[in-house]
Design a protein around this ligand. Structure first.
Ligand code: NAD
Length: 249
């Protein structure tokens, strides 16, 4: 709305997939959205010397596993914009393999992005939010947090994110920084279709466990994030909101 100051949001992994849908939704809500991603896709690059004056999406190159780079990038965004109002920790990867066959490198790669990356970004953005006395963070977990055969590191890290979310929520609530999580169910994206094609996901088996009777649309995940970073959810702290059609584990 006219007269409302432009708020700055960072969405990790925001250049594609669910993160992109979240970024588009936050822009529609009036945010200047920095999509921090290893891949640029079709987004214009962020120029810190010429910040966008209107809500919209820009890309910032970032690997969330690079601890020093995350700190430097978030400091630079905060210095240029005056504040980081919103962080969505969305970047995430998977490795589909049984525990007995999983390599040590595969395990570490998933933990590095899905857990260490989330902690690094949460801490870096949280420090600026605490200094400002306000901010909202949403971490993207998954229904797989409750167990997902063939995806041990993914499931483990998504469960760990729930613990980090409730802990950060408790630590920071009194200082104006709210931390919550969204746990999406199965979404009809390329990732899901690839799993079906590879035989690691069976569509009819998954649908049988979803009382809503269908997969989710990424916009439904974005709606939940939009609400959790808005003033409408001020009394919601440290929660994980399952947006999963009632999925039965
Ligand atoms: P995706 O692979 O389509 O997109 C992920 C994005 O993250 C990509 O743009 C990628 O470039 C980026 N990324 C990967 N590693 C990165 C890194 N080290 N640093 C910065 N960016 C990086 O994935 P998606 O399906 O859109 O999933 C987004 C999030 O939602 C993930 O956390 C995922 O675990 C979660 N999730 C997805 C589903 C689903 O059904 N797709 C379900 C539940 C949860």
């Amino acid at each position: 709305p006219a007269g409302t100051p432009l708020r700055t949001a960072i969405v990790t992994g925001g250049a594609a997939g669910i993160g992109r849908q979240i970024a588009e939704r936050l822009a529609a809500d009036g945010h200047r959205v920095v999509c921090a991603d290893v891949v640029q896709h079709d987004l214009p690059a962020l120029d810190l010397a010429a910040l966008p004056a209107e809500p919209g999406l820009v890309w910032m190159p970032l690997d969330v596993t690079d601890h020093a780079a995350v700190g430097a990038a978030f400091d630079a965004v905060a210095a240029a914009t005056g504040s980081i109002d919103v962080l969505v920790n969305n970047a995430g990867i998977q490795r589909h393999r049984g525990i007995e066959d999983l390599s040590w490198d595969e395990w570490k790669a998933v933990v590095d992005v899905n857990l260490h990356g989330v902690f690094t970004c949460l801490q870096a953005a949280g420090r600026h939010m605490l200094a400002a006395g306000s901010g909202a963070i949403v971490n993207i977990s998954s229904v797989s947090a409750r167990g997902s055969a063939g995806r041990a590191p993914y499931s483990t890290t998504k469960a760990a994110v729930i613990g980090l979310t409730s802990t950060a929520g408790a630590e920071w609530a009194a200082r104006g920084v709210r931390v919550n999580a969204v746990a999406p169910g199965y979404i009809d994206t390329g990732v899901f279709r690839q799993g079906v094609a590879a035989g690691t996901l069976k569509e009819e088996t998954i649908l049988a466990r979803i009382p809503a009777g269908r997969l989710a649309d990424a916009s439904e995940i974005a709606n939940a994030v939009s609400w959790l970073v808005s003033d409408q959810s001020q009394y919601v702290i440290g929660q994980t909101l399952y947006v999963d059609g009632g999925f039965i584990v």
